[in-house]
Design a protein around this ligand. Structure first.
Ligand code: ADP
Ligand code: MG
Length: 699
């Protein structure tokens, strides 16, 4: 009890709390139940309620006569219908989406169909009459008495006679808004009506509107034509005109971007104050490490290697994002960082999103690490329990220097003796929280994040604001671009692919779904069966997909890698990372099922050797624009930007896929211009970061 009293005494009074720290229950009329409903809309504080964006504005229409409404309704009558109306001039009429009428209640009829219901209320005005329809609002039965005067606004319809599907109802005590008035329409949720939401927003304005503060300096607002936050919030819920409302939305859309940048910047500053393992290697050791690789680094790789070395020497935790197109040679840099960390006596973890990729990284890099005298191991979900336990024990005793693994590495059962570095490949496949769990397994662990999905700079600065970004642009020498072509049917490919197989080159055949579907969509299993029975049987045909057990999948892949088999039919499990330089052609079926970035990643499976490689795309017409773009360019950066435009940022960043949307900011509506604006504002006004940081969501 005394403890509770002390805490209450320390908490600042409600009048002093900032609005984002003010619970909704501080609003009069909002109790826990209503607050829970609002939470379903993502609204947790008074500030968030004030910032709820209406979906659109509705302009109250001018009233029309019942005769005019009848004429509109008759336009909706099905042609050739028995009871076609005989209203005059019907075909000269412009149909309207909404009518507003007034009349006197004559009678009503109510009917139920299972859980649904329909109330029909006939109103009249002199000689004319019209039916008002109310679907699924049985309680309204009690509302109408013959002789009542009602106002209604809704959509004209034909229901065995002229009718109006009512959206808003007015009466003597609560008339409809005056014609021309704008009303916000909010995103809906069950149990919270539009009227209720409007009332809540208005109440929040009334009670707390005067406490909204604008953190941006006035001159910056003016320069960018932005509405100040207090006015913007008011305009949002009590709109004056459409243009001003648009400006209000823009100002509000900036809020989460500024808050996100501030929190990421705060994280970056925090890191600069934290100490971490100092990795210092001299020139001799460095060139020894480079000598372990079977190739010399490209100029781009060399520059990034130097940056990594500087990062690791600095004594603060590194957080570097390495962006580089598919096949640009990021793995080698990941391995290089591991070698440096191991030299300083630390353990390193190399994380990949799929078992296939983790296994391949281990297989490819194990000899290199062995030459350096380092011990490696694999940790993935499908390892037999005993083996997994043994590996975990060895990690904990510090007997493994570099561990390769999948999500299994996040498990609490995985502990390290001295984790100093985590390399996260295809990092966009993981959530931020997941990454942090891995970093938390050591003290101030260095992190290198790698991705083949580059994003425009202004976006990167906001979404990855806590990271340093390096970009690998060139590819290893001797690569020629992959020739990409659309084809209509597998038959066209027989002659194209045959000579490649004869020369001992390999062919991937990607089919997104395992089983065949409707509309003659062939699944991977069936495609494999057809090819394996055809003339390519003698080259060996393998099938891999996500449902195979790991050992079997690995065996099949090994036969393909060795060349015992020439054709690999696969689902998108091979999307990331699979590296077989002898593979020179890839066929992708049902391409309409895959996004641009994904198609580009898949195409990146070929063109990894010096031989001219080819990519053949088959897909429905709906995918034509995407496939044309792929035919035209091989540049991952250009493709990422187009993907951004086509699909929205959530998909591009893989945030949705990772079950995470950095604080809800990455909606498809947010456009790049806004990110650019947020960047400019933060650069011009450093004080902003303090104004926004430290905001936490109430939970
Ligand atoms: P990604 O960037 O897509 O992860 P990888 O790291 O898988 O690309 O590299 C693609 C291929 O290029 C691999 O076969 C790798 O061995 C090879 N490679 C990487 N760097 C070089 C280099 N400097 N010279 C020659 N080949 C290289
Ligand atoms: Mg890779």
């Amino acid at each position: 009890m005394p403890a509770a009293r002390t805490r209450a005494a320390q908490a600042p009074p409600v009048e002093e709390l900032p609005l984002h720290a003010l619970a909704l229950t501080e609003l009069s009329g909002v109790g826990p139940a209503r607050a829970a409903k609002l939470a379903q809309l993502g609204v947790g504080s008074v500030h968030e309620l004030l910032c709820v964006l209406p979906r659109r504005l509705e302009r109250a229409s001018a009233p029309c006569t019942l005769a005019q409404a009848r004429a509109q309704a008759s336009l909706c009558a099905r042609e050739g219908s028995e009871d076609l109306p005989d209203e005059e001039d019907a075909d000269e009429l412009e149909p309207v989406a909404s009518c507003r009428v007034q009349g006197t209640v004559v009678r009503q009829r109510f009917s139920r169909f299972g859980a649904r219901s329909l109330l029909r209320v006939a109103i009249a005005d002199g000689a004319e009459s019209l039916e008002l329809l109310f679907f699924n609002q049985p309680w309204l039965r009690e509302r109408f008495r013959p002789g009542d005067v009602v106002e209604a606004e809704g959509r004209p319809a034909w229901a065995k006679g002229p009718a109006l599907v009512v959206r808003r109802l007015g009466g003597a005590s609560a008339p409809l808004p005056a014609p021309g008035t704008l009303t916000p329409v909010y995103p809906g949720t069950e149990g919270l009506s539009q009227d209720m939401l409007r009332a809540l927003c208005r109440k929040a304005l009334e009670q707390f509107g005067a406490r909204v503060r604008e953190p941006l300096p006035a001159d910056l607002l003016a320069e960018h034509g932005l509405l100040a936050l207090p006015e913007a919030v008011r305009e949002l819920h009590e709109p004056r005109d459409e243009a001003r409302h648009e400006r209000a939305r823009e100002r509000l859309a900036l809020e989460p971007l500024l808050a996100l940048r501030a929190s990421l910047e705060a994280r970056r500053r925090e890191r600069a104050r934290t100490s971490a393992l100092v990795v210092r290697v001299d020139e001799r050791v460095e060139s020894e490490i480079r000598g372990l690789f079977p190739f010399t680094f490209t100029a781009g790789q060399g520059a990034i290697a130097r940056t990594l070395r500087e990062d690791l020497e600095r004594g603060h935790p590194m957080r570097r994002l390495l962006q580089g197109d598919v096949g640009s040679g990021k793995t080698a840099l990941g391995a290089y960082a591991c070698l440096l960390a191991a030299r300083a006596g630390a353990q390193a973890a190399f994380l990949a999103p799929t078992e296939l990729l983790a296994e391949q990284h281990l297989r490819g890099l194990a000899p290199l690490f062995a030459r350096a005298g380092l011990r490696t191991a694999l940790l993935s979900g499908s390892l037999p329990t005993r083996e997994r336990r043994a590996t975990q024990a060895a990690l904990e005793r510090g007997e493994i220097d570099v561990v390769f693994g999948t999500h299994a590495l996040f498990s609490d059962a995985v502990r390290f003796a001295r984790l100093g570095l985590a390399v996260i490949d295809e990092q966009h496949r993981f959530g931020v929280a997941q990454r942090e769990r891995l970093f938390d397994k050591g003290r101030d662990v260095h992190g290198l994040l790698m991705t083949a999905t580059p994003i425009p700079r202004s976006l990167a600065l906001t979404v990855y604001g806590d990271l340093d970004v390096s970009t690998l642009r060139e590819k290893p020498p001797g690569r020629s671009p992959v020739r990409t072509r659309r084809v209509l049917s597998p038959r066209e490919l027989v002659d194209e692919l045959e000579p490649r197989l004869e020369r001992g080159e390999r062919v991937y055949w990607v089919v997104p779904r395992i089983e065949s579907g409707e509309e003659d969509e062939v699944g991977a299993t069936e495609r494999h069966a057809r090819i394996a029975q055809g003339r390519w049987a003698r080259h060996g045909v393998e099938l891999v997909h996500g449902k195979l057990d790991a050992a079997e999948r690995e065996e099949r892949l090994a036969r393909f890698r060795r060349g015992t088999s020439g054709v690999l039919v696969a689902t998108t499990v091979i999307e990331v990372g699979v590296d077989v330089p002898e593979a020179t052609a890839i066929v992708i079926e049902s391409a309409e099922r895959l996004g641009l970035a994904q198609l580009h990643q898949l195409r990146g499976r070929v063109g990894r050797g010096s031989a001219q490689s080819a990519c053949y795309l088959m897909g429905k017409r709906s995918a034509a624009a995407r496939l044309e773009l792929l035919e035209r360019t091989d540049d991952g950066f250009e493709i990422a930007e187009a993907d951004l435009a086509q699909r929205g940022m959530g998909d591009l960043l893989g945030l949705r896929q990772a079950g995470e949307n950095r604080e809800g900011i990455v909606s498809d509506e947010v456009d790049l211009g806004l990110f650019e604006l947020a960047r400019k504002l933060c650069e011009r006004s450093p004080g902003l970061l303090d104004a926004y940081s430290g905001r936490r969501r109430l939970s």
